[in-house]
Ligand binder design. Structure first.
Ligand code: NAD
Ligand code: DAU
Length: 355
């Protein structure tokens, strides 16, 4: 059995990736996560008794802990997702973003490099450090055009600039030290288990609670939406078959304005959980814009399609319907997130497996 590390595996995308790897591959997964507010082991409840999933609560910026994990588990590689991920939080408090996204990635790179240098030649060639990044590093598009692997970096928020810095570090460790890295830059993900600070789950849960649906500015900013399981499939493919040193842009080819997204969500909720009177759309509220709000993101995913044969399976309509249905069908997960109970669940269910 071969082992790989997933960092941030208790988060939204990381947990989708861990569930996929356990269901569809033979990898043993060592899931390294600090369990910040965004880490939720209830999202991995179905794997609680699966011996191929080893959960370790640790900070990627803790060099001694990272060295000990590499020495103990001798992984074939790392898929690195651990990060502070929310733009609004980065505007309010950038320090954690610098610490985890930049310093944490640097520490993880150094621990990986030191372990990798100790391997025999064949194992060194097969090793991969896969850095999971975002399309936000490219800045903001006007009405035309797409981001692609060759697009120049132009990050604008504390979050995106911290991710850009980490991308540069990862590529520098390849060019300078020969560490076999791959980088992926992906567009906006949505789907089950997403923390309700992000647009789609926030709108669903606010609507169900009869609260206002806060739309920043005019609601005409555009995002390119990708169902999270499609991203997880792409990550597995790139980790297993990607070219060392290469970058792959991943996107859903599903551009929507925020207003379109909210209107579609309201229509789905009207159908699946009608209000006693009226439509959820009546809760839409235009609020002050996000400072420095990027206008449009859109990905040209042609390279990963041609090189690795990846395309998304889910359309935006089918993915959004599945997502809304999931939030309606999982009130306990939602309730535990909203009440903070999910943080106690870790102690009750996973404490004996932590290091
Ligand atoms: P998330 O916020 O849901 O999860 C992040 C996870 O990282 C959490 O489980 C958290 O506990 C963990 N973590 C944070 N700091 C840590 C530290 N110092 N050490 C160890 N673990 C730590 O994030 P997400 O939305 O799942 O995003 C995962 C990755 O994918 C991030 O790197 C993000 O930049 C990138 N990304 C996200 C999107 C998106 O739309 N959500 C799109 C493209 C790329
Ligand atoms: O593009 C990839 C990025 O997508 C990831 O790297 C980030 O980790 C992820 O958080 C996401 O960033 P966004 O800022 O695009 O996502 P968010 O869900 O915060 O917002 C989506 C859009 O909706 C954005 O234009 C801001 C707007 N918005 C968001 C919230 C939370 C609102 O209008 N109202 C809101 O309440």
């Amino acid at each position: 059995m071969q082992t790989l590390f997933v960092t941030g595996g208790a988060g939204f995308i990381g947990s989708a990736l861990v569930r996929l790897l356990l269901a569809e591959s033979d990898w043993q997964v060592v899931n390294i996560d600090k369990l910040t507010y965004a880490g939720n082991l209830e999202s991995l409840a179905e794997l609680k008794d699966d011996g191929r999933h080893v959960f370790v609560q640790a900070d990627i910026a803790d060099r001694a802990a990272m060295d000990a994990l590499f020495a103990r588990y001798q992984p074939r590689g790392v898929i690195h997702l651990a990060a502070e991920s929310h733009v609004d939080r980065s505007i309010l408090g950038p320090a954690e973003f610098v610490q985890t996204n930049i310093v944490g990635t640097y520490v993880l790179l150094e621990a990986a490099r030191s372990y990798w240098a100790s391997l025999g030649e064949e194992a060194r060639g097969g090793f991969r450090f896969h850095h999971v990044s975002t399309d936000e590093v490219f800045g903001s598009l006007g009405r035309e055009g797409f981001f692609a692997e060759t697009t120049a970096y132009d990050p604008r928020s504390p979050y995106s600039s911290s991710k850009a810095a980490s991308d540069h570090l990862v590529r520098a460790w390849h060019h300078t030290y020969g560490l076999p890295v791959v980088v992926t830059n992906c567009s906006n993900n949505y789907g089950p288990y997403q923390f309700p600070e992000k647009l789609i789950p926030l709108m669903v849960l606010n609507a169900l609670a009869g609260k206002p649906l806060p739309i920043y500015g005019r609601g005409d900013n555009v995002r390119d939406w990708l169902y999270v399981d499609d991203h997880a499939q792409a990550l597995r493919l790139v980790f297993e078959r990607g070219q060392a040193g290469a970058t792959y842009c991943i996107g859903g080819n599903a551009e929507r304005t925020n207003l379109d997204v909210v209107d579609r969500l309201c229509a789905l909720l009207d159908e699946l959980r009608p209000r006693a009177v009226g439509s959820y759309a009546e809760l839409k509220t235009f609020v002050a814009d996000r400072p420095g709000h990027d206008q449009r993101y859109a990905i040209d995913a042609g390279y990963i399609r041609r090189e690795l044969g990846w395309t998304p399976r889910e359309s935006f309509d089918s993915g959004l319907r599945r997502t809304v249905a999931w939030y309606l069908d999982n009130p306990l997960w939602v309730d535990h997130v909203q009440s903070g109970e999910y943080r106690r669940w870790v102690q009750q269910n996973y404490s004996e497996r932590q290091q």
